[in-house]
Ligand binder design. Structure first.
Ligand SMILES: [Zn+2]
Length: 461
């Protein structure tokens, strides 16, 4: 199967130029102006559009078990929604059950994705403990192509690990080429603040944010960076939400520490004010780390522009408002943490970033595709428009105007964090390994066509 994308403007992390893109089978074979269409080739006209590498979302939670419930998008509905938004690869989080083998979590998450995912996918492994050969398990998991681990400094009763465990995981990661992703919040201090709030009868959604102050995030970033430096390891801070945390990251990077970080659209566009919405609607905005006062947003945009933040991911973790978020009526600690966003990442970053002059087109491509591909061992198969790369391509129409919301979206959830937002610029045609899976608002892919990606160790791409 041969496809020629003609007359478009190819935008990569490095450059923007008029060029055609020739695809044979699953791969790009040529990128240059004036390619003659081979006989029998399918022609896609990209006049007036950008041709970019497909989006890579390295922070998703599909079909994620949380107590008695699960996040409301599974690998079928979540990856289909991702494709509509121009994302062609995700890296989802598998969770080691406390006391169980990492291999069991890896197998369980692969079973969840197989036969369902419409786009390619990989996994990170959340480590909840090292008992019973955990360090050797890490090596085994890296050999399977899971080359990143996540640790929690929050949630003492379920996921948090102590500093000694963080240090040992980081030392091992430095040896086996894995990247350690960190949820940086001081969970023990937060638990005291939460307990106190509940005792004072402060049960509304807004207290979720008020009991998790920015300094709890900044302190944990500082500590995790220091532990990483002692271990000789790199660290990747997930979902940076505050100026305070970003300041710690900038200081570490300025002295040459191997520190990387992501933020997410919700921290750039929403604020703690949203948690005050009446009729319990604030629960829709209960995410962790929490939304911050508005004044943090400008700092995060600057971080994305200047490179202190390298990645824009979503932390897509949707729960229905009607029957899942509702579990926390009368007690904010029982509101499932998380929100939907896997479909909206590119259009939001484009509209509020590129259209509003905060990001160049090339910086946009880097943040949503190339940098995550490089950091997480997918490059140059993914995250690039070049001969030899997978033909994961988005034909991006900068003129499409959309109103974001449940009515226009495809995520399996009953609300949008961005209901009513007017944005300009959207994915018109999306190719995954050479196959058109979305065109002009229609899904042409199928569940189960997505493939597990064995990712390379850090530093190999
Ligand atoms: Zn997350």
């Amino acid at each position: 199967m041969t496809t020629l994308i003609r007359n478009g403007t190819v935008a990569t992390a490095r450059e923007t130029r008029a060029a055609d893109v020739l695809i044979e089978g699953e791969r790009i074979v040529e990128v240059r102006a004036g390619i003659q269409a081979p006989a029998g080739a399918t022609i896609l006209d990209a006049s007036g559009m950008y041709v970019m590498p497909g989006g890579i979302d390295v922070h998703t939670h599909l079909d994620m078990p949380m107590g008695e419930i699960r996040s409301s998008d599974d690998f079928e509905t979540g990856t289909r929604a991702a494709a509509f938004g121009g994302t062609t690869c995700i890296v989802d989080y598998a969770t080691q059950a406390r006391g169980a083998r990492m291999r069991d979590a890896f197998d369980a998450w692969r079973r969840m994705a197989e036969g369902k995912a419409a786009i390619d996918y990989g996994f990170h492994m959340i480590v909840t403990g090292l008992a019973g050969g955990g360090l050797a398990d890490m090596d085994e998991i890296v050999r399977e192509g899971v080359t990143s681990f996540k640790l929690f400094m929050a949630y003492p009763r379920s996921l948090m690990v102590d500093d000694g465990t963080i240090f040992r995981v980081m030392e091992r990661a430095a040896r086996n080429g894995a990247l350690v992703c960190m949820h940086a919040e001081n969970g023990l201090v937060i638990d005291v603040l939460v307990e106190r709030a509940l005792a004072e009868g402060k049960t509304a959604p807004a207290y979720h944010a008020l009991t998790r102050p920015p300094l709890a995030e900044a302190e944990a970033v500082h500590r995790s960076v220091a532990i990483a430096e002692m271990a000789g390891a790199a660290v990747y801070i997930v979902h940076v939400s505050s100026r305070d945390a970003l300041d710690e990251i900038r200081r570490a990077r300025d002295r040459g520490a191997a520190v990387f970080a992501e933020t997410c659209p919700q921290y750039l566009l929403l604020s703690v004010d949203d948690l005050e919405r009446p009729d319990f609607e604030g629960a829709k905005y209960v995410l962790t780390p929490p939304l911050r006062p508005r004044e943090h947003q400008a700092a995060l945009w600057t971080g994305l522009r200047d490179g202190d933040l390298q990645v824009a991911a979503t932390d897509h973790c949707p729960f229905r408002f009607a029957d899942q978020k509702a579990l926390g009526r009368g007690d904010f600690t029982k509101i499932p943490n998380g929100g939907p966003g896997i479909e909206n990442r590119l259009q939001l970053l484009w509209h509020y970033g590129v259209n509003q002059g905060r990001l160049s087109v090339n910086r946009f491509v880097d943040l949503v595709s190339t940098a995550p591909a490089r950091l997480f061992g997918l490059y140059p198969n993914k995250g690039e428009i070049a001969a030899g790369s997978d033909a994961d391509v988005v034909i991006w129409d900068p003129a499409i105007e959309q109103t974001v919301g449940v009515a226009t979206g495809h995520m399996r959830v009953d609300y949008s964090l961005y209901e009513g937002f007017q944005v300009k610029g959207a994915a018109r045609t999306v190719l995954s390994r050479g196959e058109v899976i979305v065109n002009a608002g229609r899904f042409l892919g199928r569940a189960g066509r997505g493939r597990f990606q064995r990712r390379a160790p850090l530093g190999s791409s």
